[in-house]
Design a protein. Structure first.
Length: 232
């Protein structure tokens, strides 16, 4: 197997995303309480979360665009309170900054640096993580996300877009991610080799097995170094 590039999921692969998402909700809620207490009262965190879930269902054409879903949620919440001009961008910015204040898994940075020294890496994410804000931008040859492509994993389009950005055939790309369906099944369908990053020791139960299962990014970096030594 000759691997010439890596495509890499972000959320829950390089950092746990849930703590950042929860903190982002709290930051937005604190700002609302301060600046629009009536809206904060009408839309506590739980209600705001339910509203966003409803919007996900009601606007399926935004399924690939989490940012737009959140903007629309803000607009709806304010409109329900009789406020037509919602401070969408201000509130979105507060959410976005907190959402990107992630704490990397302890193995992520060193492993990424080792991998980037051997192979080009493209991020492939359905979320709205900002690699520049997170400080990892320089380690990625390309950054591909669902809102930019107009399609979310496991849609073949987003994987093929990443392959094109890297200038490498899908069969020579190793896709790495934590999600069995979005990452492993999705990448396999376009002919990529796959790594299931299984940090939690779960059992595989999603059809054809991934090519590799690693429990952290260090194991991936070890594999990349060995594989690229062989092919030099
Ligand atoms: Mg993920």
């Amino acid at each position: 197997m000759t691997i010439r590039a890596i495509t890499l999921d972000l959320d829950d692969t390089l950092w746990p995303v849930l703590p950042a998402l929860i903190e982002a909700e709290h930051c937005a809620d604190r700002w609302l309480k301060q600046h629009h207490p009536d809206v904060a009262l009408a839309w506590p965190i739980e209600a705001m979360r339910a509203l966003r879930e409803k919007i996900t269902v009601d606007y399926p054409h935004l399924a690939h665009d989490f940012s737009e879903q959140r903007r629309l949620t803000i607009r709806h919440a304010f409109a329900e309170c009789g406020i037509a001009e919602a401070p969408v961008e201000e509130l979105w910015r507060i959410y976005y900054v907190a959402r990107n204040n992630v704490e990397l898994y302890p193995d992520s940075l060193a492993a990424l640096e080792r991998i980037a020294a051997r192979l080009p890496i493209a991020s492939v994410s359905n979320g709205n993580a900002d690699l520049e804000m997170i400080g990892l931008h320089h380690l990625f040859h390309a950054r591909v996300n669902a809102s930019g492509v107009g399609a979310a994993k496991p849609d073949p389009k987003i994987f093929l877009h990443a392959a094109e950005a890297l200038g490498v055939a899908p069969t020579q790309i190793l896709h790495v991610g934590d999600d069995p369906l979005l990452d492993v099944v999705g990448a396999h369908a376009v002919g990529m080799r796959t790594v299931w990053l299984n940090r939690t020791g779960d059992a595989w139960s999603h059809g054809p097995e991934p090519d590799f299962v690693f429990s952290n990014m260090t194991e991936l970096a070890d594999w990349v170094e060995t594989a690229t030594d062989t092919h030099r």
